[in-house]
Design a protein around this ligand. Structure first.
Ligand code: AMP
Length: 302
């Protein structure tokens, strides 16, 4: 099933206790696309400024990701994010964000992408997310992500977007902020009332939680000791999840979502091992299978 991701394509500056990387390739759509490409063909749509070095997209092209939806906008600057992680590195502190091109109109989805059946509206302004969704009438499944910035600054726009999607993926802090509920199961149920049929709450090193009309499921993380830079982990989790769903062609049912989240969990764990997209670009389907087998064994009990 055709899979499209829309979202940010960024130049990220990241600081972690293990080092720092300046203006390297990042962005929600980039991480998602690379992760999903382990399972299926992926299309990416997003906008960069004229300062963007297009050779940075070579790792995506090497994975046969269709980049015809990447628009280079004359006169605009690429989105930049500067984040810092400390301690257990579960959540980034945003040091600086320059929306630049993200504060303008969104990308036009190329005609060749309009028949996409599964769509991930990766993190970007909720109004842009809704504009994308409006151009994608062939989609059976639209899932979005969001973040604190939009929950706090654009609550009404975000509510409208949540009314237009089938699924939401967000982290635990965001789920609490969005619903004003501390308990994550309660928060998940509150989010279902806002529109989505399912919500996946990511809990960093503690895995993830699926809340839907017919399921409540906990997915353990693949426990890794090598945590260099968690940036993109959440987007890669979503990429692994929806990439697997698209590859199997299964509807987003109770069982298929569970299987898909296992793939998301494993891919997320592989991203942590380097700055930027370096580790993710090197991962093979065999690496994913090996970790899946280990994860099954580590979480099996009678
Ligand atoms: P995560 O998977 O949650 O770690 O997302 C990391 C990516 O989100 C980084 O590569 C950033 O470029 C991107 N990002 C951070 N803030 C925003 C924002 N406000 N809008 C869109 N993308 C963002």
């Amino acid at each position: 099933m055709s899979l499209l991701v829309t979202g940010s394509i960024a130049l990220d500056t990241v600081e972690t206790p293990l080092g720092r990387a300046d203006e390297s390739l990042g962005g929600s759509a980039v991480y998602f696309a690379l992760a999903a490409s382990l399972f299926t063909e992926v299309r990416i749509a997003g906008v960069v400024g004229e300062d963007f070095d297009m050779s940075l997209l070579e790792p995506l092209q090497a994975k046969r990701i269709d980049t015809r939806g990447v628009e280079v906008r004359a006169g605009s600057k690429t989105f930049r994010w500067h984040g810092r992680y400390a301690g257990a590195m579960n959540e980034a502190e945003t040091v600086d964000v320059q929306l630049n091109v993200l504060a303008e109109r969104g990308a036009t989805i190329p005609q060749a992408f309009r028949d996409s059946r599964i769509v991930f509206l990766a993190n970007t302004h909720p109004t842009l997310q809704r504009e994308f969704a409006g151009q994608l009438s062939a989609a059976d499944l639209i899932v979005c992500d969001t973040m604190n910035l939009w929950i706090e600054n654009e609550p009404e726009e975000l509510r409208k977007t949540l009314g237009a999607v089938h699924g939401l993926v967000l982290n635990e802090g965001e789920a609490r902020l969005l619903t004003d509920k501390t308990n994550l199961v309660t928060a998940g149920r509150e989010i279902l009332k806002m529109g989505p049929r399912f919500v996946i709450i990511k809990k960093g090193e503690h895995g993830s939680l699926l809340v839907s009309q017919d399921d409540l499921f906990i997915m353990p993380p693949y426990p890794t000791e090598k945590v260099v830079d968690p940036t993109g982990c959440g987007d890669s989790f979503a990429g692994g999840t929806l990439g697997y769903l698209a590859a199997t062609g299964a509807p987003a049912s109770r069982d298929s979502l569970r299987s898909a989240m296992a793939r998301g969990s494993v891919v997320g764990s592989l991203v942590l091992e380097s700055f930027s997209v370096e580790a993710l670009s090197r991962v093979t389907p065999a690496d994913v299978e090996a970790r899946l087998a280990e994860l099954r064994e580590m979480s099996r009990f009678e």
